[in-house]
Design a protein around this ligand. Structure first.
Ligand SMILES: Nc1ncnc2c1ncn2[C@@H]1O[C@H](COP(=O)(O)OP(=O)(O)OP(=O)(O)O)[C@@H](O)[C@H]1O
Length: 275
């Protein structure tokens, strides 16, 4: 799916009156099948950007377009169909307690399933082999019939990611997929997501706190700070200097080796910080 932002500005409904917009006039374009990491310090607007792309937050100015369509100009049924073509994986997957893993994974297909078939699948899951294959990609095949409330945090997170693999979506929006995973599982999870997206030519956008991992696994990196796009570069062009400027007062959030601050010019205090 093609994703285009044209000077898109997003304000949260519950934001304080007069507060600056969370996303300030973002312009960018993602081609179908592109794989992109979104990095930036905490509070930069990464999750908000995913929600805007997922048609969960309406821009207060500018436009977000999916495959050339402005979702907010569509009628309710067309908007529902468009939302059914994308998959948003939140940081903490909403898994009802007592639900079986197989049911939780197959819930990823619900937007493409009729109401009756959806209800029936709660009792008689259809597509068990597909769920098992998706779980195997996250080293969880043995948990197929386990209850989700008996899983560890990392296992629950991987169940949420396995959902993305069964969703028939052309746009996968994944919010910080690695927060509860150890390094080996994190690498496996990104490879699986990336391969699944490639297999169906889906566009993949992941917010990432682990910057070295983002640079290793994604060809293109969007960097946000204070709701603005600091840079949009091929991973190979992201230098330690750019990362230092991006994270500036938040260097503790930047994992991996960082150059000595004294070796680099101090970044300017006013926007644009990072260009
Ligand atoms: N529901 C909301 N209502 C009002 N303000 C919000 C809401 N959600 C987020 N914000 C604000 O928007 C800004 C960006 O939040 P967002 O969650 O997009 O950042 P982030 O880069 O994903 O952060 P993190 O890395 O900590 O997850 C923050 O200042 C936050 O306080």
């Amino acid at each position: 799916m093609q994703v285009t932002l044209r000077a898109a500005q997003v304000r949260h409904l519950s934001a304080a009156r007069g507060a600056a917009p969370t996303l300030a006039s973002l312009t960018l374009a993602l081609a179908p099948g592109e794989q992109v990491a979104v990095i930036g310090p905490s509070g930069a607007g990464k999750t908000t950007l995913l929600h805007a792309m997922a048609c969960a937050l309406r821009p207060s100015a500018g436009r977000v377009e999916l495959d050339g369509q402005d979702p907010w100009s569509l009628g309710a049924a067309a908007l529902r169909r468009l939302r059914g073509r994308l998959f948003l994986a939140p940081q903490v997957p909403p898994l009802p307690p007592r639900q079986r893993v197989v049911t939780a994974v197959l819930a990823g297909r619900l937007p493409h399933t009729g109401l009756l078939a959806s209800l029936r699948s709660l009792v008689y899951p259809v597509g068990i082999a597909q769920a098992q294959a998706a779980l195997a990609r996250f080293d969880l095949a043995d948990k197929l019939f386990e209850r989700v409330d008996r899983l560890s945090g990392g296992e629950r997170q991987r169940v949420g990611l396995a959902r993305a693999l069964v969703a028939e979506a052309g746009l996968l929006l994944v919010d910080e997929p690695l927060s509860a995973l150890d390094p080996a599982r994190a690498g496996l999870a990104l490879q699986s997501l990336s391969q699944a997206a490639r297999d169906r030519n889906a566009t993949l956008v992941c917010t990432m706190h682990d910057v070295p991992m983002a640079l290793r696994h994604f060809p293109r990196v969007l960097a946000l700070r204070d709701g603005a796009l600091c840079f949009d570069l091929p991973a190979a062009a992201v230098t330690p200097e750019r990362l230092m400027a991006l994270y500036d007062q938040h260097l503790d959030e930047l994992k991996g080796p960082v150059p000595e601050p004294g070796m680099l010019p101090a970044p300017p205090r006013t926007a644009p910080y990072c260009r």
